[in-house]
Design a protein around this ligand. Structure first.
Ligand code: ADP
Ligand code: MG
Length: 626
């Protein structure tokens, strides 16, 4: 028979899976059981949509059986089954495109991280089995097919016989080696405890033959062994269980079972609401940013169940964009089952649930920030940017919800602080909330523009995300205080003239500055004596609303309209360099032109802006050396 090859990407992962040193190999059973449960869900859903069909509850279950001597474990379900094509399509390709992209970015060394990171489902069975056979008969078909594979060298498919619709997976469990013992996966108790651990809440019965013993009939002392079929899971979904019965591990296992993320969740929120609207929900705040989180590919949403039946995988309407990182499920009795997606969007019940969920998440984050700052910092590192986008979008309508969740690095505290903490520390003579923008904290620390504000003893917030300035522009005022960039024209700091003679000198030097401005032919709006520089010779500042950082961001976007901030070249007239300029103004205009150009380009460099003609700039420097 012709052997079909796995898609190439699949091959590598499969290879790693087979040779996996993964310590939680027992999750293979969780994966196969969850697939079986999905398959029954699908048939259930079909019967709901079709009046001629009825869902006979007793007919839907999962069985797990083992034959110790033959090293065989069988997992069967009476779910929807697979056609020949589905067997090829579903079991012939491993990771979905998204996870493949992730794999490329984060070269995976061995099998260890694979399960957690991809949730490669079905293939995890190759960690414990060296041969897998899948016999399946699809709903509505009278033909059955057998898929068989021993791992990376490919698989075969051929027709076969099977009585009822559903799928039967046979695993040939690996032989024990010096380092590995696989017997646990053949043992009745071993299998039972794995099911209890990961799959207890699966809604369909998971049946196993359990050995037992009883008194022999007619005897009072003699026992005989017998085997009886038992349902080993409790079948109560986790979200319907009592919070007090559940441990962190239960919640973490559920998170992994659902493939919500490859991390451990930072926090879970279990909600049971009974009132105008009734629903149960388990929500998670992940710890790490999903690889595609800040891309267009990322889809937000919660799993939506109506009375225990899955009606939507990712219901986007349940989450505002700024909380799009939240994962989890919602189950409500108040939702109609046959509701279409379009109608669902406008469903009043759903909107009420969404509102309720939003405020629960918000208050959970508030509490985290207040009581577990370390954990909050981890959260913020992963998803803080999303909160800032949330403030900026929708015309700032969510700023009241979100502004107290923001953190920025503080120049004086040397750590992240909230706006509230900042404002509560402000001395009386400080009018504004000061911030400085740049690529990294280190670079901002060295910006000439921060000197004046720092010397005054005022705290400065460091903005390193592109969205930062846009977000605070949207907030506009926090507790009556306006935000002010340290590069803005007017810093709102009164400088007395004797302290800083630059102001007096301003008028005297007017002619010189006017000349320099003309030399720079339109590149700057003005040349001025600086009120903010102490040691550095020059810097750029801006007049008006648009800052230089914002200019950079806006111009890096597609379809940019090439906006320009009103730049001002500020000269430190207390710096010796200024005397040189003055001298040149009186005696050597060519030299003054040269110096003006160099100083302007230096200011650009400090600001992280591109120099329009680097060759000319370096030539100019050489000229000075001669
Ligand atoms: P996932 O469950 O995340 O889609 P898996 O690797 O676990 O990924 O399974 C791949 C696909 O194979 C499933 O999406 C499903 O279409 C199909 N499949 C697996 N097991 C079964 C089963 N027992 N019954 C029907 N289809 C199945
Ligand atoms: Mg699966």
């Amino acid at each position: 028979m012709e052997k079909k090859q796995f898609k190439t990407e699949s091959k590598r992962i499969l290879d790693m899976m087979v040779n996996s040193i993964y310590t939680h190999r027992d999750i293979f059973l969780r994966e196969l059981v969850s697939n079986a449960s999905d398959a029954i869900d699908k048939i259930y859903y079909k019967t709901l949509a079709d009046d001629t069909l009825t869902f006979e509850k007793d007919k839907y279950y999962i069985t797990i059986a083992s034959e110790k001597e033959n090293r065989i474990v069988k997992i069967s379900d009476t779910g929807i089954g697979m056609t020949e094509k589905e067997l090829t399509d579903n079991l012939g390709v491993i990771a979905k495109s998204g996870s493949l992209a992730f794999k490329k970015e984060n070269e995976i060394k061995d099998g260890y991280d694979i399960i957690g990171q991809f949730g490669v489902g079905f293939y995890s069975a190759f960690m414990v089995a060296d041969n897998i056979t899948v016999i399946s008969k699809s709903f509505g078909s009278d033909k059955a097919y057998k898929w068989e594979s021993t791992g990376a060298d490919g698989y075969t498919i051929e027709p076969c016989n099977k009585d009822c619709v559903g799928t039967e997976i046979t695993l040939k469990i690996k032989e024990n080696t010096e380092d590995d013992n696989f017997d646990e996966f053949l043992d009745e108790n071993g299998l039972k405890s794995i099911i209890k651990k990961y799959s207890d809440f699966i809604r369909y019965p998971i049946k196993m033959n359990i050995s037992n013993s009883k008194l022999k009939e007619g005897s009072e002392t003699e026992y005989e062994d017998f085997v009886e079929e038992k349902t080993v899971n409790s079948m109560v979904p986790l979200w319907r269980k009592n919070k007090s019965e559940l441990t962190d591990e239960d919640y973490n296992n559920f998170y992994a079972e659902k493939h919500y993320g490859f991390d451990k969740p930072l926090k879970h929120i279990h909600i049971s609401v009974d009132g105008v609207i009734s629903y149960n929900s388990i929500l998670y705040i992940p710890e790490k940013t999903p690889y595609d989180f800040y891309t267009k590919e990322y889809e937000k949403g919660l799993e939506l169940y109506s009375n225990g039946v899955l009606i939507m995988n990712k219901c986007a309407d349940l989450l505002p964009d700024y909380f799009s990182f939240v994962k989890g499920i919602v189950d409500s009795e108040d939702l109609s089952l046959n509701i279409s997606r379009e109608v669902l969007q406008h469903d009043r019940q759903l909107q009420l649930i969404a509102k309720n969920i939003k405020s629960k998440i918000k208050s959970e984050l508030d509490t985290l920030l207040k009581n577990e700052r370390d954990k909050y910092e981890i959260f913020y590192k992963s998803f803080g940017r999303q909160l800032k986008y949330g403030i900026y979008s929708d015309y700032g309508s969510n700023k009241d919800t979100l502004q107290d969740l923001l953190l920025f690095y503080s120049s004086t505290e040397k750590k992240n602080v909230t706006l509230d903490e900042y404002v509560s520390r402000m001395p009386e003579d400080q009018k504004y909330i000061y911030y400085a923008s740049g690529e990294t904290n280190d670079r901002i620390e060295k910006l000439p523009q921060i000197e004046m504000v720092s010397d005054k003893g005022f705290e400065i917030l460091y903005f390193t995300d592109e969205v930062d300035e846009f977000a605070v522009k949207m907030i506009s005022k926090y507790k009556e205080k306006e935000f002010k960039s340290v590069s803005s024209g007017d810093l709102g700091i009164d400088v007395e003239e004797k302290e800083n003679p630059s102001i007096a000198d301003d008028k005297e030097n007017k002619e010189l500055f006017e000349y320099m401005k003309t030399t720079l032919s339109g590149k700057v709006k003005d040349v001025r004596a600086s009120k903010r520089l102490k040691n550095y010779p020059v810097c750029l500042s801006n007049d008006g609303e648009l800052t230089i950082e914002m200019e950079k961001t806006l111009n890096s976007m597609p379809n940019n309209e090439n906006v320009k901030a009103d730049k001002v070249l500020e000269i430190n007239i207390n710096n010796d360099m200024f005397k040189v300029l003055k001298g040149c103004f009186d005696t050597d205009k060519d030299k003054l032109d040269l110096y003006t150009n160099i100083l302007y380009n230096q200011a650009l460099l400090i600001e992280g802006l591109p120099i329009s003609d680097p060759v000319e700039f370096t030539n100019n420097i050489c000229k000075v050396m001669l």
